[in-house]
Design a protein around this ligand. Sequence first.
Ligand code: GLU
Length: 484
Amino acid sequence: MQVRTRFAPSPTGYMHIGNLRSGLYAYLFARKAGGRFLLRIEDTDQDRLVEGATELIYHTLKDVGMDWDEGPDIGGEYGPYVQSQRKALYLPYAGQLIQSGHAYRCFCTKEELEQRRGEAAARGETFKYDKHCLHLSQQEIDQKLACGLPYVVRQNVPEAGVTSFTDLIFGTITVPNHDLDDAVLIKADGMPTYNFANVVDDHLMAISHVMRGMEYLASTPKYNLLYEAFGWEIPQYIHMTPIMRDAQHKLSKRDGDASYADFIDKGYLKEAILNYIALLGWNPGDERERFTLSELCQAFDVKGMSKSPAIFDPAKLTWLNAQYIRDLTPAQFTAHAAPYYKTAGIESMDVDVLCRILQPRVEIFSQIPDMVGFLAALDGTYDIELFTNKKSKTDAVVSRDVLIKVIPLLKTLPDWSETALHDALMDMAQAQGIKNGTLLWPVRIALAGRLVTPGGAIEIACLLGREEALRRLALGVEKLREAN
Ligand code: GLU
């Protein structure tokens, strides 16, 4: 049997991390087995459609490198791969089920259903469709059809017995048929529901392994009754646990931290996101944590998939992202950092120096503006206390005297380069008989106006350029004079 898996997202306007992970696992499973991976767009719920959402799905998958073998844009033997374009195809199958008694037309109106739902609630029961229309006579049905009354097609689930199936993660699941409701298969507008389309399409597209979120686990017995009604072979099932924000809550879009694009916008690298989500609910069985997509294709195994929900740990993702950032070439780092340099107002500064001071420190690119904001503008409120540092043997008086000597030196420095700055300052420290730190500390504090800076005095001076560096050093002296 050829392994064929599919990713079947609904175009709702964003790519939830959990959805992307479902697609990733289906992709990895197919690639590992040398099978085929399909993309199917599930757009039968026309109310939820969002303009441009399908393009976003393509874009995201391409961005992370998940290529599909069949899909709406590239076609394939089993197309079309967009459910709305398959609309005409589902009705004859529904007709077949009506003929065989596995489905029936339901003419109940929304209002009637609401009323019965209310009555059930009043009795403390959960409403399950009561098979009202299953009992209509052929004559009644014909009359209603002749009047053009709208109807849906419902699955006729047996009231007795049980339905069992085996999930490759969760094992055998048995559900009393009585617990299943007569789901709508075809809506009044003729569109199939997910309940119907997933079965027809997975069968027609020869899907061998249905891999999807666990929210579909409870409905799977219903779907299997449909496969049986058609006499179709039931696929293997792999249901995946949800990704949680914490023990109680699913990671939700409402928290603003659940979509792939959110993470890209925050300055995470796509390789790190993909690597991290692969580990949310799967482990390789050893200590490895870093995987490229092709390494995942080799390592992936259903045996490593978890039965319990995964908790999304932003700190772990950030840690992993930092590892990926360290491994970038300077040119790659600069390309990713460029928009944040712009935000920080430092886009005209020396990118080599910026890369050298930032690449070892940045964990997420969006941290850059905060880290280097002081380069663009000095925080007006100098904290004089910062000039005092025990280890560097500095205090306000020492700092003032150092800066007074450094200013003329730097004014006349022939070449404003890191090497020239370094040599001149080190020579001066030696000539004065003071520690390098005693000289560099006040310079750095005066230039940055803050305690923690990426890079030292020399790099910061170099980035600021002569004019701005001298302006800040003079300001430092002024503030220190006021304080002493
Ligand atoms: N369209 C469904 C969703 O986005 C897909 C479920 C499935 O993979 O069968 O949740």
